[in-house]
Design a protein around this ligand. Structure first.
Ligand code: MG
Length: 469
């Protein structure tokens, strides 16, 4: 009897292991998005910064994919976040405005409840969802993340320079004279919110990056048995800059470098947590930023590297972001030069999770997974539309970019120029947009102009959310 029972038991154990492995292989993948604020294209070691150390992001680039042509949906916070969260251009849902380019503490609007967020789409696949960090899609209770598909929220509802108090030194003036200037916490009366409740005000911004990371690590530990989605939106390196004691004064780049290095350290902790809990091989980790560097703040702002201009502008420095995808054993390690955008995350995640992306509305994203897994050389995206508020300023198709309107970085006040003859740049040979070659390629200008007109005609008017007060 014993001689028969033992082999049966062994077979059952083996079968159990095989079945368990099959179940694990079929398990829906986890998604972690680390989204920075105002980080420039040139601010990471792996994107060429000479004095900012980013060993963990460099590891993501080495073991995963580094995307060199990855875009956001707008060049400032609120509309860029709306685009990532919904897979749609902000002009389609009223989350943009020329009068008020982002939401402010006295704004009444927010992301319309009719929009389907990544979190809501993934809920159909049984995902646990967490929003951590800066939201900036509406701070009133009806607009907070827990109303948009997130099980929990822990973060600040708008930018870290809002709710500024009187009686403190002018930040910009101090920043221009001292690369390491850090203001008092009390200067910015920004609330820290847990779900819908204010739990700290002013938020202690010196420790906020570290605490956001800790929340993400806790969430991974608590939810490792089911599929999860973490949206971790750091409110830095948007000014005012703050770094915790452990990182302050460490970077050769000054306080801005300390801030980026602390974010990098947090990414390292998240990678370590994924590995420690045995879910790294089933998790897609994405790193990018909402818009380019805020240039008027001198050394307190970042660098767009070789790209022209910064935050607020539709030149490349405003909207092309340093982007990394990491999933050990799945994402094909390489430098990816095909086009991508934050609006592609929703359709990519939906495809990987086996859930439906919204089909009842115009979407602006594509499934990037064939590129990520090395199963395609040519990407699904051939076009980038550069909207500034309600106006289409520029269009990219393949390597060509036509500017119909140009305007400089947010806060510098550079002149808005409407080009009767559009400017044309070849972004592969001229990534810095230095050489207007429109006169040599009139047929390309004509093609891109027609593309822009057709695209504009596809946009239906939406109720403006940013002008509601
Ligand atoms: Mg921003």
């Amino acid at each position: 009897m014993r001689s028969l029972a033992l082999p049966l038991l062994a077979a059952a154990v083996v079968w159990g292991i095989v079945a368990g492995a099959a179940r694990a292989a079929e398990r829906s993948p986890n998604f972690v998005v680390v989204f920075c604020d105002d980080l420039g294209y040139g601010d990471l070691g792996c994107f060429g910064h000479p004095t900012i150390r980013t060993p963990h992001l460099d590891r993501m680039a080495r073991e995963g994919q580094k995307w060199t042509n990855f875009y956001v949906g707008a060049s400032v916070c609120t509309p860029s976040r709306a685009a990532l969260m919904t897979g749609r251009l902000p002009v389609r849902n009223g989350m943009m405005s020329a009068k008020r380019r982002v939401l402010f503490p006295n704004s009444k609007g927010g992301l319309p409840s009719s929009e389907v967020t990544i979190a809501e789409a993934l809920k159909a696949g049984g995902y646990a969802t967490a929003a951590i960090g800066k939201w900036h899609l509406g701070h009133l209770p009806q607009h907070l993340p827990t109303e948009h598909g997130f099980d929990s929220y822990w973060g600040i509802p708008y930018s870290n320079d809002m709710d500024a108090k009187r009686g403190f030194p002018n930040y910009k003036a101090k920043a221009l004279e001292d690369p390491d200037y850090m203001p008092e916490i009390a200067q910015y009366h920004v609330p820290l919110i847990a779900d819908k409740e204010v739990v700290e005000r002013p938020a202690d911004q010196r420790t906020i990056t570290r605490r956001f990371t800790e929340k993400a690590v806790e969430f991974i530990a608590a939810n490792k048995a089911k599929p999860f989605f973490i949206y971790l939106a750091h409110n830095l390196p948007h000014i005012p800059l703050f770094a915790s004691e452990a990182h302050r004064g460490k970077s050769r780049r000054g306080l801005y470098g300390d801030v980026v290095e602390e974010i990098d350290a947090g990414v390292g902790q998240i990678m370590a947590a994924l590995e420690e809990h045995g879910v790294a091989d089933n998790t897609l980790l994405v790193f990018t930023s909402d818009n380019g560097p805020w240039l008027p703040f001198a050394t307190h702002g970042g660098s767009a590297g070789l790209l022209r201009e910064g935050k607020g502008s539709t030149f490349e420095g405003g909207m092309r972001e340093p982007t990394l995808f990491w999933w050990p054993g799945k994402v094909e390690p390489m430098v990816q030069m095909e086009l991508g955008a934050t609006m592609d995350l929703l359709p990519t995640f939906c495809a990987l999770a086996g859930v439906e992306a919204p089909a009842d509305r115009t979407m602006d994203g594509y499934d990037l997974s064939p590129l990520l897994f090395g199963k395609a050389e040519k990407g699904p995206r051939d076009e980038i539309f550069y909207w500034r508020s309600e106006q289409l300023y520029a269009v990219r198709q393949g390597p060509w970019k036509a500017h119909f309107i140009t305007e400089g970085c947010y806060g510098i006040g550079s002149k808005k120029t409407v080009h009767e003859k559009p400017e044309l740049y070849h972004l592969d040979t001229d990534p810095s947009e230095k050489y207007n070659v429109a006169a040599d390629h009139p047929e390309v200008v004509e093609r891109l102009t027609a593309l822009a007109e057709a695209h504009k005609a596809s946009v239906e008017p939406a109720e403006n959310q940013l002008e509601k007060r």
